[in-house]
Design a protein around this ligand. Structure first.
Ligand SMILES: CC(C)(COP(=O)(O)OP(=O)(O)OC[C@H]1O[C@@H](n2cnc3c(N)ncnc32)[C@H](O)[C@@H]1OP(=O)(O)O)[C@@H](O)C(=O)NCCC(=O)NCCS
Ligand SMILES: [Zn+2]
Length: 264
């Protein structure tokens, strides 16, 4: 999401620990239903309220393990950008000789294929809940006329990571000073593609999945053109997003400051 559109949720980013689903409800019985905070997904909910309990189970499973993914959804993208970018391949058969699940892969969403778009929007809803971000920023990848793409990392037939990438109009690029998170206003760097959202389910973090998705996205967002790392910009990055950004394509200025390519 772009810096300006997320500004209203910036404070939530700062107080990240308390951001999940605290549902207000009309109290009819004598006492307030007890709220608990799940230690794994950090959602606050009421186990005694059926709708809350169901909402928690849905969020919990998605947050930790990703979403179940059909083999037919998405088109697998070829990836040749980075020689380190080797996808692990599982053994071709299990003990009893049956075929095991397909290898890990990255797929791109086709706007005309309704089921895969719906499944991805479901994932994006949970991602936006976690990021406390607007839920209405999907058109650029989910419609035929949209100027962007969505990529998902599929492992054991679950979507465990996602990135949505938008092609940027000129003038949206900015440098952000990593330490202070301040935007350098007077320079307009020409970035080509923006990372609107990037997310990896909790159990798969720190396994280079986000890096692999970004490498694939650089090759496949604009047909026939591989975008360089320095042409990819971040929207208002979270703490972990900023750390990923600093590693992926942060630039050291001659002043010694680390700059992150961003867009508004
Ligand atoms: C940010 C996020 C997508 C990173 O996914 P990931 O698959 O764990 O990232 P990678 O493994 O590819 O990270 C590559 C490098 O970036 C840096 N990095 C990424 N996440 C980091 C973190 N949380 N803390 C410190 N460094 C981090 C590390 O240097 C890492 O390499 P290393 O593990 O060898 O040190 C994931 O933490 C996430 O989904 N966070 C919640 C959603 C979010 O905040 N999205 C960002 C929106 S801008
Ligand atoms: Zn939970």
């Amino acid at each position: 999401m772009a810096v300006n559109s997320r500004s209203r949720s910036r404070s939530k980013y700062a107080s990240k620990k308390s951001h999940k689903y605290v549902q207000s409800r009309l109290q009819i019985g004598p006492s307030e239903p007890a709220l608990v905070k799940c230690t794994q997904c950090e959602m606050t909910y009421s186990p005694s309220a059926l709708d809350d309990d169901a909402a928690h189970r849905l969020y919990h499973d998605m947050h930790l393990r990703g979403r179940k993914w059909s083999v037919n959804w998405g088109v697998e993208v070829p990836r040749t950008v980075d020689s380190n970018d080797v996808m692990p391949t599982p053994p071709s058969s299990s003990k009893n000789g049956a075929l095991s699940s397909r290898p890990e892969r990255i797929v791109m969403i086709r706007p005309e294929c309704v089921p895969e778009v719906k499944a991805t929007i479901e994932i994006m809803d949970r991602v936006n809940d976690e990021l406390n971000a607007p839920h209405d920023e999907n058109d650029f990848w989910s419609t035929a006329e949209g100027k962007g793409k969505a990529f998902l990392y599929i492992k054991n037939e679950r979507a465990v990571g996602v990135a949505t990438m938008e092609i940027l109009k000129p003038d949206r690029g900015r440098w952000m000073v990593y330490d202070t998170k301040s935007i350098i206003e007077h320079i307009r760097p020409a970035f080509v593609v923006g990372i609107s959202r990037i997310w990896v389910c909790r159990t798969e973090r720190h396994g280079k999945i986000a890096t692999k998705i970004l490498d694939a996205a650089r090759e496949n967002t604009i047909y026939g053109r591989c975008i360089d790392k320095w042409e990819v910009a971040w929207s208002q990055p979270t703490d972990s997003g900023g750390k990923l950004a600093s590693k992926y394509n942060g630039v050291r200025h001659k002043s010694g400051k680390l700059l992150i390519p961003c867009y508004i």
